[in-house]
Design a binder for this molecule. Sequence first.
Ligand SMILES: C[S@@+](CC[C@H](N)C(=O)[O-])C[C@H]1O[C@@H](n2cnc3c(N)ncnc32)[C@H](O)[C@@H]1O
Length: 384
Amino acid sequence: MQNVEQETDIYYQKIANILSCPLTNGEMTYSNDAHRIQQFISNLKDTQELDIAIRHGFFNAANNAFFPIIDHVIVLLPEACFHSIDDYSTNTKTLEVKQFYENYGWNKDKNEEYNDEALYVDSRDISQKYHTTTTERAAKHLQPSGKYMLDVACGPIYQPDYQAFSKNFEKRICIDISMAALQLTKKHIGVDRGIFILGDITNLPLKNNLCDNVVSFHTIYHVPKENQQKAVEELIRVCKNDRDVIIAYNWAWHSWLMNLILLPKKVYNGFKRFYQMYLKSKEKSKQDLYFYAYPPSWFEKQFGNNKHTEISFHCLQSLHKDFIRFYIHKWLFGEKILDGILNLEKNYNKWLGKNGAYPLIVIRKKKKTGIVEINAPMIEGNQL
Ligand SMILES: C[S@@+](CC[C@H](N)C(=O)[O-])C[C@H]1O[C@@H](n2cnc3c(N)ncnc32)[C@H](O)[C@@H]1O
């Protein structure tokens, strides 16, 4: 009979086969050797006293970095691990986005809503059907089942329809830059259903060609403009051949449809902002979270039909949350309007995928991509 610690060790030894070092891209090995870990950490210059005991983690093959496992989360973010590599730095805008989610986005407000949700989603009852139907529509682009579903920048996965994405997969690999998000994710999907990784979308610590499905929802537009191409390339790299990378994006000011319909609101907001400035309002500004949106033509140019990838645009939600909050009300036939919009989205899916508010960008990784050189690791047994 194996005890729990032995089972955990066997489990993480297998996980090592799917990881790659985010600093060197090399192999990783699991270690539960407390003496070696302690020695490695204390030999690093500038290491401060640790206030937690580290029982286990991963060393890279070059033996110049150690990545701890803390409370079932594998810490694979270079700035949060232990290493002796000097020339590594993370984009400051990325660190600001991380701070936003650690300290604010995934805290709950007085209505028990996550601050991120309160800012960016209309969660009134009237729009629930719209959200559920559009998420279910997105799910149709996923493989029906498989071994690994990768969810990059997963957030806390609190929505039942979003949780259901991985119901037919052995494991959901959940990667996020925020520890707060991952701690919540574990609770929401269950520790046994996922592999939880603190990591950066622009430097995924996974081997090539690993995942049956790759999704990244509502995040790439928070990645610094100059790194968005790298983020998408990373998603493609870890996806299996002949499978899809599915991205939920925000066309923002590129959606002329929303620009047109929201014109009255923009005028109204202009006056409101002016009035708030006048009152010296201290309301937290949404601009605190970095945002940059490329147009559809940028995606087509980078990932459009070429010998590596094929791209298609579909409608996730044609309506921006500002539209829903401003125009959709029970007393204004809101339910009927949303039903009508859902019908339009179904019938004009491709057109609204380029002209509505939130598209679903589906990138098919062709068989021989050239982006990928190594095949997915073979892992024996089905414990992973
Ligand atoms: C708007 S939330 C989206 C959460 C989830 N995908 C969803 O659709 O509900 C954005 C998430 O992206 C994460 N994030 C932001 N920048 C990231 C990066 N560079 N790498 C990994 N995760 C990142 C944040 O921590 C946050 O949890």
